[in-house]
Design a protein around this ligand. Structure first.
Ligand SMILES: Nc1ncnc2c1ncn2[C@@H]1O[C@H](COP(=O)(O)OP(=O)(O)OP(=O)(O)O)[C@@H](O)[C@H]1O
Length: 297
């Protein structure tokens, strides 16, 4: 956060560098908690990166620092070479259009229709008057129909958001994020509220869309088996620092121990390791039959 404030988002020379670069990123909350401890990370264009780690490792903080929902304490966040920390309000608003957020709890407006929720992805591009009166250009509406069909919700346009299942809500959240025309998706526990089958469908959809559209994504996810099956790259955080960065195939016992601590990793599936630091329930919270080995098959 060292360069002077600017009001304009200027896409930098992205072709030669990573899409997103974190440089010595630090976040210390006013409580004194050090959530991110000098994190360096490059995310190239088109890569789906899963961010895993135990509760409190700093995953949500990292994602929220990138779009500055959380204000970093130090370091740089470079999107296509542009330091997001140096942007003023207007510049940040423009930059945020390129960052599609997808949330665990969907963040839909419950009383609005599916179509209205999806169109709200265009708010960053729409004048105040148009957004206030909710009058969107015909081409936005056409595009929304297309995205809804792509995420499997053709025919749901006029349903209210509060009439949808969790999986359907997440599909609306994905379509809304795509409406932004983002370059990077920031995805915060997209499957944590979903049953195992729906979780797999949502993760598969997300990754397919990224590949189709050359989009990058950072996906904060507790389910190691899902992350391993669908992501291109795994980054493991522990106590605010990166302790694993590599291919899903490299997530062996040593890597899992570095990320989550000691456990008999060879004996069980790793469907949800978010509880690694807590007492094991008698039956797994998520009845995931996938082991890491089968996940990669
Ligand atoms: N608003 C906040 N104020 C103070 N401390 C916070 C705040 N948010 C997070 N923290 C602390 O920062 C650290 C990282 O939290 P964060 O939520 O980023 O971890 P996480 O890996 O996303 O955890 P989880 O998987 O449980 O969501 C923790 O020690 C947490 O207590």
């Amino acid at each position: 956060m060292s360069t002077p404030a600017s009001n304009h988002f200027r896409p930098g020379p992205g072709a030669s560098g990573p899409l997103l670069a974190l440089r010595q990123l630090v976040k210390r909350y006013p409580t004194g908690d050090l959530a991110l401890d000098h994190v360096d990370l490059d995310v190239p264009q088109g890569q789906v990166m899963a961010l895993i780690g135990p509760s409190g490792a700093g995953k949500s903080t990292l994602i929220r620092c990138v779009n500055r929902l959380v204000q970093p304490s130090g370091g740089q966040i470079l999107l296509n070479g542009q330091d997001l920390g140096a942007l003023g309000r207007h510049g940040l608003r423009l930059a945020r259009r390129q960052l599609g957020m997808i949330f665990q709890e969907y963040a839909l407006v419950e009383r609005l229709t599916v179509m209205e929720n999806v169109l709200s992805g265009r708010l960053g591009y729409t004048s105040f008057w148009r957004s206030w009166t909710r009058r969107y250009p015909a081409q936005d509406i056409q595009q929304a129909y297309g995205f809804l069909a792509r995420v499997g919700l053709a025919g749901f346009e006029n349903k209210r958001a509060d009439a949808l299942s969790g999986g359907q809500r997440q599909r609306v959240g994905i379509a809304r994020a795509l409406m932004q025309a983002p370059v990077l998706l920031l995805v915060d526990e997209p499957t944590a509220s979903l049953d195992p089958k729906t979780a797999r469908q949502i993760m598969r959809l997300l990754c397919e869309l990224c590949r189709e559209r050359g989009l990058s994504a950072i996906v904060n996810i507790h389910d190691v088996a899902l992350a391993s099956q669908f992501a291109d790259r795994i980054v493991g955080l522990r106590k605010g620092a990166i302790v694993y960065d590599g291919a899903p195939q490299g997530l062996d016992t040593t890597a899992l121990t570095a990320i989550y601590g000691e456990e008999d990793w060879g004996a069980a599936g790793h469907g949800d390791t978010g509880q690694a630091d807590k007492v094991e329930p008698e039956t797994p919270a998520v009845p995931d039959t996938l082991t890491l080995a089968t996940a990669r098959a």
